[in-house]
Design a protein around this ligand. Structure first.
Ligand code: ADP
Ligand code: ADP
Length: 228
């Protein structure tokens, strides 16, 4: 479902972040993206939701070459992809409910359907009782749960998370991982960039290591492989 063939990315300032990457990720896989800072992990992830365009090479998501699609078709692509960030990126003036409903309102779902879906995903992440809170009234872990709920409310086929536990304490991080495993168990593909040796070495999944813009390792049930 995600097929990259010899992908390069050179930014406008001349920095080459990816130097010829080829990868095949199937529907339902759970993949960790690891590697040193500056290796190209975020660039790899941003290519998949067309936040950045490849300089060279093809990226097929469900057989569509997303490097070629027109700007106006990007929102359609993103309906199939939920994205989760280290810093949550919630809208501070909206309630938890509104932050999640927003993603459905832009695709013009009926109010009844929106209500059902939002409460379903809030239930899944264990935050039904906080629907009326604003982000500032929640702990970091709870805010990340809201961002996960927002990412999955459209039932995307792929969830991409860029260091989702980077700002969270260990206990909270394990809870977030449990939620990702539940989402993955329903058939959603998960790609997660992480610096957490503990998580990668405990919850064993496919590990793709990126170093200097190249794939250095790609292992089934792999190890984190770095000291920090
Ligand atoms: P990682 O996520 O592994 O830390 P990144 O993909 O963020 O790596 O960065 C890879 C390289 O690309 C780094 O040298 C970084 O400085 C550079 N880079 C990332 N984003 C940009 C950008 N928007 N413009 C220019 N260079 C960038
Ligand atoms: P953490 O242990 O992650 O630091 P906090 O101490 O920030 O968590 O929050 C603990 C609980 O208190 C959370 O359930 C959060 O929703 C609630 N809470 C925190 N700040 C506020 C606030 N300003 N108003 C209402 N509830 C709050």
């Amino acid at each position: 479902m995600i097929l990259m063939n010899d992908v390069y990315k050179t930014y406008a300032n001349g920095v080459t972040a990816l130097n010829g990457i080829s990868i095949d990720i199937k529907q339902g896989e759970f993949v960790y993206i690891v590697g040193p800072s500056g290796a190209g992990k975020s660039t790899f992830i941003k290519l998949i939701y067309r936040e950045v365009k490849p300089t060279k090479g093809s990226i097929l998501i469900n057989d569509i070459n997303i490097g070629d699609i027109k700007e106006k078709r990007i929102p359609l692509l993103r309906r199939d992809i939920g994205v989760i960030f280290q810093d949550f990126k919630l809208l501070p003036k909206l309630t938890v409910y509104e932050n999640i409903a927003f993603a459905l309102e832009v695709i013009e779902e009926s109010p009844r359907k929106i209500r059902t879906r939002v409460m379903d995903v809030l239930d899944l992440v264990g935050l039904k009782n906080k629907a009326r809170f604003i982000p500032d009234e929640l702990s970091g872990g709870e805010q990340q749960r809201v961002s996960i709920a927002r990412a999955i409310v459209n039932n995307p086929k792929i969830v991409i998370a860029d260091e989702p536990t980077g700002n969270l304490d260990p206990d909270t991080s394990w809870g977030i991982m449990k939620t990702f495993e539940e989402i993955n168990a329903r058939g959603t593909t998960i790609l997660m960039a992480t610096h957490s040796k503990e998580i990668v070495n405990t919850i064993k999944k496919r590990v793709i290591a990126i170093e200097d813009g190249l794939i250095a390792r790609d292992e089934h049930r792999g190890d984190y492989g770095y000291e920090i």
